[in-house]
Design a protein around this ligand. Structure first.
Ligand SMILES: [Zn+2]
Length: 430
């Protein structure tokens, strides 16, 4: 009999048992950082928190948040709680604004990461017999490394191709008979596009059955497009360099994002006031790494907006469920008083017949006032048909239906928008 869960003990424990595990680990964590790191010691002392103050998991709320600014202030190793000698691997975020965020790992942290990624990929359906084409960019970025560790722990074969060189991706995918693909959703669509240009049919001419995607926001509509085009099941991954990389949540066969809450303690807050919200409400995700050694993040503000529920899942896992990310509070735009997330525009566009997966949201600033427009590529066939004003009107109507906001849409020739082998740039400013 094949096992249903990677780690049934932790994935199916009762809420009561989970809270016991979380409390035990939280107490140990607070004692650890209090005694090993000056920054944390001072921060806890200022908030009048000692290791003895943690009596229930809710006592975590007495500790001030950790922000990206804190991480930058202590760049690169100021928040490390072990000796720097004990670090065996380092990653970093892209750092488009200011210094990058550094993710240091001890041997125990690397093992934990592999374990969390194995749990996530196993829940996606990856097994030992699979051949995973790892088309995330190798380098400082966590993505490729996390997927490699998890897949190898399961015993799958990992093709360490990295991102880019799309023609070669296609050849290798056919020759090696890859059954699973790891990359950003937009790169997966680009691979499909190039394969089609070569006269191949992605759903028929390959052996892929599974896609494990992340590192950028993508709507359910894009997920359905990917699944149809490739003939695969596509799963979402969520994680952050500040926490461990991918592996914070595991998407089960019912496409529910189960939080690995035995290692990552989730909270939800009001992004404006910092007040704790109840599960079920929508707010900013805040995470505490309960068991990391080199750099434990305590109450890290992710800026990602989502909700969390304790619903029973058909898969049998009892770990709490996180919704898809609605957007990052940083990506939120306010246009004529209306709150707009790029994901909402994507969802609207994907309702239009003849649309491709390629679009760009253009923000234009005129005397401190932002206006928005959308450039979208119709499919080749739709473009040849002409009457593109009908197409544009439809797209504008769909956006209006969701946002109650008039956003002009311009149809542009196919293959005009630059393609990305990593994270797609969906919003540009002119
Ligand atoms: Zn589930």
């Amino acid at each position: 009999m094949t096992q249903q869960f990677w780690d049934s003990k932790y994935e199916t424990m009762s809420m009561h048992e989970l809270m016991d595990v979380q409390l035990k680990r939280l107490k140990k964590l607070i004692t650890y950082v209090y005694n090993t790191n000056q920054y944390y010691h001072r921060k806890l002392s200022d908030a009048k928190v000692t290791p003895q103050s943690i009596k229930t998991v809710k006592d975590i709320e007495k500790i001030p948040f950790l922000t990206k600014q804190d991480l930058r202030a202590y760049y690169p190793f100021g928040l490390v709680c072990t000796s720097v000698d004990d670090i065996i691997e380092v990653h970093a975020s892209s750092g488009t604004t200011g210094k990058p965020v550094v993710g240091p790992y001890t041997r125990k942290d690397v093992d934990l990461w592999g374990e969390m990624m194995a749990r996530a990929l196993y829940a996606n359906g990856l097994r030992k017999k699979d051949i995973l084409q790892n088309a995330y960019g190798y380098g400082l970025f966590t993505g490729a490394h996390g997927f490699e560790k998890g897949a190898q722990k399961i015993g799958a074969m990992v093709i360490t191709i990295g991102s880019g060189n799309t023609e070669r991706q296609i050849d290798i995918m056919r020759d090696f008979k890859s059954t699973a693909l790891a990359c950003t959703p937009s790169y997966c669509l680009h691979i499909a596009e190039v394969a089609e240009q070569k006269g191949l049919t992605p759903a028929k001419d390959f052996h892929l059955r599974l896609g494990v995607f992340g590192a950028e926001s993508w709507s359910e509509e894009i997920r359905r497009n990917i699944e149809k085009r490739w003939g695969i099941v596509a799963h979402e991954h969520y994680g952050l360099t500040e926490l461990i990389g991918p592996g914070v949540v595991s998407e089960c066969e019912y496409k529910k994002l189960h939080i690995n809450a035995d290692h990552f303690y989730p909270e939800l807050i009001d992004p404006n006031t910092g007040e704790t919200l109840e599960f079920g409400e929508e707010g900013e995700l805040v995470y505490t790494t309960l068991t990391k050694e080199a750099f434990p993040a305590i109450r890290f503000r992710t800026k990602d907006l989502a909700s969390i529920t304790q619903d029973i899942c058909e898969c049998g896992r009892t770990l709490p469920i996180q919704s898809r990310i609605k957007g990052r509070s940083d990506d939120m735009m306010k246009i004529k008083g209306v709150i707009v997330f790029p994901s909402q525009i994507e969802a609207a566009l994907m309702q239009v017949i003849g649309v491709s997966d390629n679009y760009q949201i253009v923000k234009t600033k005129n005397r401190d006032i932002y206006t928005l427009s959308v450039e979208v590529e119709p499919s080749e066939d739709r473009y040849k048909e002409g009457h593109l004003d009908d197409f544009e009107k439809r797209a504008e109507n769909e956006i209006y239906r969701i946002l109650n906001l008039h956003v002009p849409v311009h149809a542009i020739p196919p293959r005009t928008i630059p393609r990305s082998t990593g994270k797609a740039k969906r919003v540009i400013e002119r």
